[in-house]
Each structure stands twice: as structure tokens, then as C-alpha cells.
Design a protein around this ligand. Structure first.
Ligand code: SF4
Length: 61
């Protein structure tokens, strides 16, 4: 899940897991597609969640 109200636009998520996150034209994160994490990128997605300084993203099983 992504809580846009918490995102401060550091861009760590998109750096770490670009298959799931990108930075929009205003410098904030957005989730690509429906946010489904490709199986091969689960480790990267987990790392992106861990490194988000605002705790704006989380994984949902
Ligand atoms: S790492 Fe967190 S605060 Fe930074 S752009 Fe991604 S969601 Fe926003």
C-alpha cells in the first residue's frame, strides 16, 4: 500500500524498486500499474518499504 499523504518525495523507493515505483512530475512517488510486485522483485520491494523514511509504503499479502 502507498499513503501519498506521508510521502515526502525522497525517491528511495523508485531507486530501489523501479518496477513498482516511479517519481511523478512533482517529485513524489507513485505506484506503477496496480502495485503488484513481480515475484523476482520481492526482495527489492521489501527493501524499499524498509528504507522509506516516512513509512509511506507497505506490502500487502
Ligand atoms: S521512499 Fe517513501 S517518502 Fe520517499 S518517495 Fe518513496 S514513498 Fe515517498
Amino acid at each position: 500500500m502507498f499513503d501519498a499523504t506521508k510521502c515526502s518525495g525522497y525517491g528511495r523507493c523508485a531507486e530501489i524498486c523501479p518496477s513498482v515505483f516511479e517519481i511523478d512530475e512533482f517529485g513524489y512517488a507513485k505506484v506503477l500499474g496496480d502495485g503488484t510486485v513481480p515475484a523476482a522483485d520481492e526482495t527489492k520491494a521489501t527493501q524499499a518499504v524498509a528504507e522509506c523514511p516516512e513509512k509511506a509504503i507497505s506490502l500487502v499479502a
